[in-house]
Design a protein around this ligand. Structure first.
Ligand SMILES: Nc1nc2c(ncn2[C@@H]2O[C@H](COP(=O)(O)OP(=O)(O)O)[C@@H](O)[C@H]2O)c(=O)[nH]1
Ligand SMILES: [Mg+2]
Length: 343
């Protein structure tokens, strides 16, 4: 505060009054751990200062300009001379934060490997860097599947059909690939219509199949395509009889890659149950949808750690085809740990 007074006095003169002062944090994750800064707003009452009044208009706007310039200067000085508070117990805070992001105790312990002893002095950047590195190691999984035929499985409403439409559009419109869409999602009213609409817009053929035999026939028919995407009915994962039925369909063809689609908004414990239930069908990779709808993305790390398969894509909105991104371990780690990297 003493520093702020000095700066205000220099810039605004002895008549300056303090309007408000408060401690503020920087935005983002790193803000939680860096010392708070002091923000002081001060002003001078111009009516108290004697001024020539000949050219009121010019004087007025000139005064305003000067004031803005001075305020800018003051703000710059204030943000540069940061107010130091005692450092919080940072390692403990990070651990707390990771647990709040719903990463399990077990995985949090893995993430803290080589991060440093609690007694030791480590900078925020060092902690962040090591946590990121450890998270990348956990997220790095192999998926050496040939992905000519990709099947999308997963619970109801997670975004399978939307994700498939996004990928179909990306591959056909941007990469000029020949794409075919097949759906065995005949259970939900409107499900087929939804896909048909996307297909029509993109000029991509759509086939609806009712039986495992039909599926084989259709896939054979599309041998000339670069990519065949197969949509499935999102059956509740509890119902394992239906999961077995799905398996019956998929056994008819040589699926290149099976993608388990999961929503980021599902609670961690439910996710772990779902990935377990879908093991009957089997899957080679994961897609996490709706990352735009939650800030708690910790369970992704747990799921990858448990399933041993990589995350291929994340989706971040309802817009077809743009709201989808390829997921690399680096990108994911950064997303999960927040924007701290840039700070
Ligand atoms: N906010 C958001 N909504 C999504 C995303 N992906 C899909 N959705 C929405 O989730 C709902 C269910 O999607 P749908 O593809 O029909 O799910 P399916 O039952 O798994 O095929 C739809 O309203 C989609 O627009 C996403 O990444 N973000
Ligand atoms: Mg669907």
């Amino acid at each position: 505060m003493q520093d702020a007074f000095t700066i205000i006095r220099q810039d605004l003169g002895p008549d300056a009054v303090i309007i408000s002062s408060k401690k503020v944090r920087e935005n983002g994750l790193i803000g939680l751990f860096s010392p708070k800064k002091l923000e002081v707003t001060a002003a001078v009452d111009e009516t108290r200062q004697e001024k020539p009044t000949e050219d009121v208009k010019d004087e007025h706007s000139g005064g305003l300009e000067r004031e803005v310039a001075e305020m800018k200067k003051l703000l710059n000085k204030l943000t540069n001379s940061s107010y130091q508070e005692p450092q919080p117990q940072t390692l403990g805070r990070w651990r707390e934060l990771l647990l709040q992001m719903e990463i399990s105790n077990e995985v949090v312990s893995q993430l803290f490997q080589d991060v440093g002893d609690p007694g030791q002095e480590v900078s925020q950047q060092q902690i962040y860097g090591q946590l990121t590195e450890n998270m990348i190691t956990i997220l790095e999984k192999d998926c050496s599947k040939d992905s000519k035929i990709i099947t999308f499985i997963g619970p109801t409403g997670v975004g399978k059909t939307t994700t498939m439409a996004k990928l179909a559009a990306q591959f056909s419109l941007y990469l000029n690939k020949k794409v075919a869409l097949v759906t065995i999602d005949t259970y939900r009213i409107g499900a087929v219509e939804q896909l048909r609409t996307y297909g029509e817009i993109m000029g991509i053929p759509i086939d609806v199949v009712m039986t495992p035999k039909e599926l084989k026939h259709i896939v054979d028919k599309h041998q000339d395509k670069d990519l065949i995407l197969i949509d499935t009915a999102g059956r509740p994962s509890k119902n394992s009889a239906q999961i077995r039925e799905l398996k019956g369909f998929l056994e008819q063809i040589e699926v290149g890659e099976t993608c388990l689609v999961l929503s980021s908004t599902t609670r961690g414990r439910d996710l772990l149950k779902i990935v377990e239930d879908f093991k009957i069908v089997g899957y080679d990779s994961l897609i996490f949808t709706k990352v735009d709808e939650t800030e708690i993305l910790g369970p992704i790390v747990d799921v990858v750690s448990k399933t041993d398969v990589p995350v291929r894509y994340i989706t971040n909105g309802q817009n077809v085809p743009d709201d989808i991104e390829e997921a690399t371990p680096e990108k994911l780690a950064k997303l999960i740990l927040g924007a701290a990297h840039d700070a």
